[in-house]
Design a protein around this ligand. Structure first.
Ligand SMILES: [Zn+2]
Length: 215
């Protein structure tokens, strides 16, 4: 590995559990495990800039993705076009409260919070507005990663529910297109964000004693 050693931090290989001193990397560099060859750390190029742009684009697509029709639905013999929001209302109307809540939570609320979180983090780094509270904010953002792809799953549930209930056809129109683009932006904003760089920078700027007001 081409590295400068920082003796205060270590990194573990996720494949073989080998422990190394954490290397100091520049943009575009990556460190690999000497034992198994898997990537230990990768310093992404223009991470903050790209995450800022993807999350901003994602938030701009949010309203079209939620409010424009994503599929055609036949209700009481009449053909309607339904947006994701309409689908949630129909699910509530049919008594599927739990599914409606899950769809709202994981297909709408979590992606919005993730995008807004990525935008806020990248904004603070882009314009150098770092503050100690960002450490807690980033910890919370990190937990949302576990729920990242559930919106695809939830869209699948909505479509299958309609298929079971009505004579429904999925039409490719603006709403579905916006939803797919929204999903891509949401994923890319998280992928572009170099979490290791953010931890490094925040920990260097705000050492533990500093967070507790001793600096
Ligand atoms: Zn390894």
């Amino acid at each position: 590995m081409d590295k400068k050693i920082n003796t205060s931090l270590f990194v573990a290989c996720q494949q073989c559990d080998a422990i190394y001193d954490k290397p100091h990397l520049k943009q575009g560099q990556l460190a690999k495990c000497n034992r198994c060859g898997s990537t230990l750390i990768e310093r992404k190029v223009d991470s903050i800039e790209r995450s800022f742009n993807w999350s901003l684009a994602g938030l701009m697509l949010m309203l079209p993705a939620i409010l424009l029709p994503i599929m055609g639905v036949t209700l009481a013999g009449q053909f309607h076009q339904a947006s994701l929001f309409d689908c949630i209302l129909v699910l509530i109307d049919r008594g599927f409260f739990m599914i409606a809540c899950l769809v709202f939570l994981f297909a709408i609320a979590v992606p919005i919070v993730r995008l807004a979180g990525a935008l806020y983090l990248s904004y603070c780094f882009k314009f150098n507005k770092l503050k100690p509270s960002l450490l807690n904010f980033f910890r919370a953002y990190h937990h949302l990663d576990h729920w990242a792809m559930l919106n695809v799953f939830m869209l699948g549930i909505v479509v299958s529910m309609y298929k079971l209930l009505d004579d429904t056809e999925l039409t490719i129109n603006l709403g579905l297109l916006a939803f797919i683009l929204w999903l891509i932006c949401s994923t890319m904003s998280a992928v572009a964000l170099d979490q290791d760089y953010i931890w490094d920078k925040l920990e260097r700027k705000f050492p533990r004693s500093c967070i507790h007001g001793n600096c």
